[in-house]
Design a protein around this ligand. Structure first.
Ligand SMILES: O=C(O)CCC(=O)C(=O)O
Length: 239
């Protein structure tokens, strides 16, 4: 493998609940910004950032957190140089290949049978990213047994879904190489549609837990520029 991010001590990172920068610089100089239930200064303000494209009542999904500057510009470039060397394949559902392409590490997933399997181990190029993902989730890095790499060519997106129930209650996704938006929807009691839009800046991460993971669906509309995401997930049952 040609590129490698510096190793970090996962045990130190675990338990950190605010955003961290890769080099461990203090938040004041890192410009890292987190939002979510506790730090919700960027999102969840009713009437603010309301998308004209989404109909419904805006509500911030409980369990959604968002952190900017998870990787530096240089690290993103290094990662991109490595990502483009990966063998990726489209997701085929009902015989139709998706425009987005995926690579599974640690755990594989069959989108037709909804089953997990063993896959190639998570490459060392992603281990430091996993530590950072674990730090915002306050879990041990090793609990993220799957790293899903997704390439979105220009114009590709992902439709409404919840992550498969085979995967655990915490999901962290890191966005690379292009900005995107993650949309959320759920049906409230009485059938009213609740919606939310979370801009995903390149180099940022989002955390889905609680209702954001279990009750809300999410989607990513077609991207305007090639984007990569690395999603770290747990599995519910030992394989
Ligand atoms: O691209 C992303 O960040 C979202 C990926 C996603 O929702 C999925 O793979 O299930």
């Amino acid at each position: 493998m040609r590129h490698q991010l510096p190793e970090r001590d996962g045990t130190k990172a675990a338990g950190v609940t605010s955003c961290v920068r890769l080099d461990g610089a203090p938040k004041t100089t890192a410009r890292a910004a987190c939002s979510g239930r506790r730090l919700g200064m960027r999102v969840g303000v009713p009437g603010n950032r309301r998308s004209m494209a989404m109909r419904g009542v805006e509500e911030h999904p409980i369990g959604l957190r968002y952190c900017e500057d998870m990787v530096t510009v240089e690290e993103e470039a290094q990662l991109e140089g490595w990502l483009v060397t990966l063998d990726m394949e489209p997701v085929v559902m009902h015989g139709i290949p998706s425009r987005r392409q995926v690579g599974h590490f640690g755990v594989g997933y069959d989108y037709q049978a909804w089953t997990t399997s063993q896959a190639d181990r998570i490459p060392r190029e992603l281990l430091d990213l996993r530590v950072r993902a674990a730090s915002i989730a306050a879990v041990q890095p090793s609990t993220f047994v799957e790293a899903l790499v997704t390439r979105y060519p220009t114009g590709a997106g992902i439709g409404w879904h919840r992550d498969a129930s085979a995967f655990g209650p915490i999901v962290v996704g890191v966005s690379l190489c292009a900005d995107a938006v993650m949309r959320f929807q759920r049906q409230a009691t009485g059938g009213e549609r609740r919606v939310f839009e979370q801009p995903l800046a390149r180099r940022s991460a989002y955390l889905l837990s609680g209702a954001a993971r279990a009750a809300w669906q999410h989607s990513v509309p077609a991207v305007k520029q090639e984007r990569w995401s690395v999603t770290f997930r747990q599995v519910r049952h030992a394989m």
